[in-house]
Design a protein around this ligand. Sequence first.
Ligand SMILES: *Cc1c(COP(=O)(O)O)cnc(C)c1O
Length: 414
Amino acid sequence: MTDPSTGRAGALARDAADPLAEFGDRFARAERDGHDLIYLDGNSLGRLPLATAERITRVIRDEWGSGLIGSWDHWIGLPAQAGDLLGEHLLGAAPGQLAVCDSTTVNLYKLACAALDARPGRTVIVTDDDNFPTDRYVLQGIAAQRGCELRMIHTGMDAGLDEVTVAAAVGDDTAVVSLSHVAYRSAALADMAAITDLVHESGALMLWDLCHSAGSVPVQLDACGADLAVGCTYKYLNAGPGAPAFLYVRRELQDQLRQPIWGWLGQRDLFEMGPDYDPVPGIERFTTGTPQVAGIVAVQEGARLLAEAGIDRLRDKGIALTEYLLTLADPWLMPLGCSLASPRDPARRGSHVTLHHPRARQICQALAARRVIIDYRSPSRLRFGLAPITTRFTDVWDAVDETRQIMEDMGLPG
Ligand SMILES: *Cc1c(COP(=O)(O)O)cnc(C)c1O
């Protein structure tokens, strides 16, 4: 059954030639029963960088424990500093346009409301039916609260956004278009520049969700002319559970936009404690309350590791890993009843691969019992997340090999 060109020795050779291989040792090992986990879920919760564990310990023990309130002198600048770090190395944004704060859900709410208010007379929000649930729900909520129309375009679940359909849905009634850059289920990668352009032609604002792109594919927010963006930090950025998200507001728009949560951290003279809200110029006006210090320093450590690896090298490895998975899955899993539920062209795909199988849920559970951690995604899909900084080619080989054995044991194709 084992093809010599794809045998495990081939995977070992690929690991030996991988310029990013050394980064694996800079993350905590995850074991079960004395064996390393094969962890292909870094796009749901990235692994723990060793530097992060040390930094958080220092922040808690020294800066909080000993520095106490005096540490706010430097903590207060963290949301914008961490944002600039992401902008410089991973998101293609000049300083002063990103902040790390709140959750993706809350940031999406803030920026979508701000966009709507900046386009008076336009009452339509456009998104697609394959967008991540929280995005659709937040936009539904805004439409219900404000009496706007949420125009839901249809996107093929496996093929991803179709620019022609987006173009047909936006018009002079549209205030804001909100879409995901990399689809959470299929990994379909949208053409950010082209879609942003066509949205601008209609006079609407473009709001991108970068949850599955940040840290896995190069993003050029400034060069694409994107207006607004949000994304989480616990996936490919490895900042840990509940780490705060980021938001981006293009510099020229910052003074025109007002977000709906008028918190004191967005206020001009924070400690004047004045009677009325007067938002500070700049990106901090899009923050709300006290920054989540421990989470933000974890974002910095995660971003530094990825910056050191380099986003272009990470992208190259992401493509090599996903292509390698398909090289194995085509002869081994497709004959057992799997079908590809991601774009075939690596240029149209992020860093995960999704396979459809009617018994995907059971296969996923059986894999977990054998220490192979992937995601089940409804309907009937196996999602293999190949975080480029931590995933080895041998992990891919082992995971596909285990999947094949499990499916054969189940008597598939049946
Ligand atoms: C993971 C993810 C989110 C998560 O939002 P939270 O507020 O962090 O729970 C939002 N959007 C997309 C596209 C995601 O993949």
